[in-house]
Design a protein around this ligand. Structure first.
Ligand code: ALA
Length: 436
């Protein structure tokens, strides 16, 4: 059911449902089919057309999401799970419908396994804090990869400080491929939690997490969390097939709003975990002597949530499903190959992260007799209208591993074009002309 079909009361007026997209019949996919849906993509920066290549940091928003947020705040806003009045019940319906859309999108067994959070970071922190602190102890080991985002390192370091557990690292080679033999060697009865990034935000490496979970099952009873922040906007996800115990992602990297994230967890695990935060919605009853907790998913959702964000994320999911992630992925693969070829032709440019399986991310440095700092690259590119991220990408240990302070990173989404890659390469030529 569309969210817009829920309001059955004449007291609230709702915009008509958006028409079914004709794009579903267009094959193969091309960015030009969807670019008009993203208003910001036709704006200019410094008098130049915006070339937005920082999609690993956040994606742009399409009209359907923007209009959903506008409609929510102009016609539907009320607090949820709390009011008997029409507006509140309708807002509750919209929010819970969004939860069900997410459940179907990732093929979770039950919508109670979908916890709304603020972000991927909060999702990881929820598990680290709740599961980690209550279950781990001095002789236990937590296993992560050497290419994790800080958000999948620091929460575990905090748990280690609090419990005495030890953080172990799965190393990678110079291309940015994990050393899977080392992974198997590290797995032992002491391994009590495993947390793995599926698609690296700094290198673009796609890790074989399904196989890694399978191997983990043979050797340990440790639950596995997958950081899917970069994955969900590029590839379909089936958490049951993956057999992940937990899966974390954010709305804003999936063309949805900022400030809304998702934690998927197997129901038995979520049920057995102590609450992460206390407060409204997560309680069943409260006295000064004793509090009992609500059922899932509310037990894990204290306080008024980002209601508009959840509903907006539902709209973003409708949007990507109307296009089809497989079609987008095939197009993006072609675009990444084109970009890799074009960037490889640039004198003194070295791509950092050349894993066998890669997606969406191109990190690079400009070396030679006069290496150019990534921040200078980014500043000159910005003058040409090209937006890339420069720095450590919240992955300082990855920079240390490759013995570089930073990279410039172009990261693509389905709305990017070969012409934009050409604009990037032309702008890099200007960087070299000015500073090389
Ligand atoms: N994690 C985001 C990035 O890679 C913010 O840029």
């Amino acid at each position: 059911m569309s969210t817009l079909e829920i309001g059955k009361t004449p007291a609230v007026e709702h915009a008509p449902p958006a028409p079914a997209s004709p794009r579903t019949t267009l094959k193969p996919f091309h960015a030009r089919d969807i670019r008009p849906d993203f208003p910001i993509l036709s704006t200019t920066v410094h008098g130049k057309p915006l070339v937005y290549l920082d999609n690993a940091a956040t994606t742009q928003k399409q009209r359907q999401v923007i209009e959903t947020l506008d409609r929510y705040y102009t016609q539907q806003n009320a607090n949820i799970h709390r009011g008997v009045y029409t507006l509140s019940q309708h807002a509750t319906d919209l929010y819970e419908q969004a939860r069900k859309k997410i459940q179907r999108f990732i093929n979770a067994r039950d919508s109670r396994e979908i916890i709304f959070t603020r972000s991927t970071t909060e999702s990881v922190n929820l598990v680290a804090s709740s599961y980690g602190r209550s279950r781990l102890g001095t002789h236990d080991e937590i296993l992560i990869t050497a290419m994790e985002h800080h958000s999948n390192i620091v929460p575990w370091q905090i748990v280690c400080e609090q419990t005495g557990a030890t953080l172990r690292l799965i190393p990678m080679d110079d291309r940015g491929d994990l050393l899977l033999d080392e992974y198997e060697r590290l797995l032992s009865p002491r391994t009590k939690f495993i947390s793995l990034v599926q698609l690296s935000n700094s290198l673009g490496t796609i890790n074989p997490v399904q196989e890694m979970i399978r191997v983990a099952r043979q050797k340990t009873g440790a639950p596995v969390l997958i950081d899917g922040a970069q994955w969900v906007a590029h590839f379909p996800l089936d958490v049951q097939k993956l057999d992940a115990d937990f899966y974390a992602f954010s709305g804003h990297k999936l063309f949805g709003p900022t400030g809304i994230g998702v934690l998927y967890g197997k129901q038995s695990l979520l049920d057995s975990m102590p609450p992460y935060q206390g407060g409204g919605d997560m309680i069943s009853s409260v006295t000064f002597e004793k509090t009992t907790y609500n059922d899932l998913p509310y037990k894990s959702e204290a306080g008024t949530p980002n209601i508009a964000g959840g509903i907006g994320l539902g709209a973003a999911i409708d949007y990507v499903q109307s296009i089809g992630l497989e079609r987008m992925a095939a197009y993006e693969h072609e675009l990444l190959e084109y970009a890799t070829t074009r960037l490889s032709e640039v004198r003194n440019l070295r791509i950092v992260g050349t894993a066998r399986e890669k997606a969406s991310v191109l990190s690079f440095v400009l070396e030679g007799a006069h290496p150019i700092h990534p921040h200078d690259i980014g500043t000159i590119l910005d003058g040409e209208g090209v937006a890339v991220r420069t720095g450590h990408h919240c992955c300082q240990p990855v920079m240390d591993r490759f013995k570089i302070p930073a990279t410039a990173r172009a990261s693509i989404a389905a709305y990017n074009t070969k012409e934009e890659i050409d604009a990037l390469v032309d702008a890099i030529a200007k960087v070299i002309e000015f500073l090389g």
